[in-house]
Design a binder for this molecule. Structure first.
Ligand SMILES: NC(=O)C1=CN([C@@H]2O[C@H](COP(=O)(O)OP(=O)(O)OC[C@H]3O[C@@H](n4cnc5c(N)ncnc54)[C@H](O)[C@@H]3O)[C@@H](O)[C@H]2O)C=CC1
Ligand SMILES: O=C(O)[C@@H]1CCC=N1
Length: 271
């Protein structure tokens, strides 16, 4: 089994590591590195993986290095590692939004393999979606490993162009938060209707789960599923017309455009 190092013990790397270990990847082959001890130790204690505060130690341990730090730290971490060792046989896989392949390749200063991936936090449950875009220097074995890593935590979509990573951010990377925002709003309203906090959450989460599962298990379109709930002149139609009159579809489209645009802006400032 290949040793994998995760640089950063934050939300995204934790989600991937949890998913990977749940899928049966040997914890002895996984090391996480993070400067502060709290999240790193909690993760290591829960999952039995190795941990360190030293990125160099983690990078020496592994051939496959997952960069899960904020986008503006990616180049700095690449530089730190490439200055400390020969990285030519290593594969760097970045989960960062808004940090380009060119920026990483420059910071690594070697023609090693770099892969950009864009997962999302449902990876924690094995229900993630990851876009994957490999550099020209990535060999078949490294691509297979990337596929093994990301498919352990959900479905994968290999991309032909780097720009498509930004589209994936808008459609899946940021998108769990869109649904959470909607569920939060429903939960708040349920409270005002007299349900307890526990009841409000349970009612909303079960409805969201049921709706998502209906989409998964039915061959009919999402539009048709919606129409099946909507009796003519009934309560659902009354609710939906409020969303439609409020411009929900345009709002969603604008929000996704904003995510896309922000990814490009970040890539410029993280050069
Ligand atoms: N949270 C999400 O839903 C998603 C996040 N991403 C990407 O994942 C990356 C990380 O995001 P989050 O996990 O949300 O952030 P986070 O803030 O939860 O995690 C970042 C972690 O990196 C650590 N760190 C900071 N500097 C470090 C260094 N020099 N060496 C090692 N560790 C260091 C921090 O202590 C922190 O634990 C970002 O680049 C983001 O674009 C991608 C897809 C989804
Ligand atoms: O908000 C962000 O920038 C990251 C990338 C996708 C999800 N979270």
């Amino acid at each position: 089994m290949t040793n994998i190092a995760f640089i950063g013990a934050g939300n995204m790397n934790s989600a991937i590591i949890s998913g990977l270990i749940k899928k049966g990847y040997d914890a002895n082959n996984v090391m996480v590195s993070n400067p502060s001890a709290g999240k790193r130790e909690a993760l290591a204690n829960t999952l039995g993986i190795k941990h360190t505060s030293d990125n160099i130690e983690a990078a020496k341990f592994a051939d496959f290095i997952v960069l899960g730090v904020k986008p503006h730290f990616i180049a700095e971490v690449c530089q730190q590692i490439s200055q400390a060792m020969d990285v030519s046989d290593k594969c760097f896989i970045s989960v960062a939004a808004g940090c380009s392949m060119a920026t990483m390749e420059k910071a690594l200063n070697k023609s090693c393999s770099v892969i950009r991936t864009m997962p999302n936090t449902p990876a924690q449950l094995g229900l993630g979606v990851s876009g994957i875009y490999p550099s020209k220097n990535t060999n078949t074995r490294q691509k297979e490993l990337a596929e093994q890593l990301m498919s352990a935590v959900g479905i994968t979509k290999w991309l032909d162009k780097e720009e498509e990573i930004d589209n994936i951010i808008a459609v899946t990377g940021s998108a769990p938060a869109y649904f959470f925002l909607f569920m939060e709003a429903m939960e708040k309203k349920a409270l005002t209707l007299g349900f307890t906090e526990h009841e409000s959450r349970e009612l909303v989460q079960q409805t969201a789960l049921g709706a998502a599962q209906m989409v998964v298990e039915n061959d009919i379109s999402i539009k048709e599923l919606r129409e099946n709930v909507t009796s003519k002149g009934g309560t659902t139609q009354a609710a939906l017309s409020t969303f439609i009159d409020g411009g929900l579809e345009q709002l969603v489209s604008d929000a996704m455009d904003r995510a896309l645009h922000r990814a490009k802006e970040m890539a410029q400032s993280n050069r």
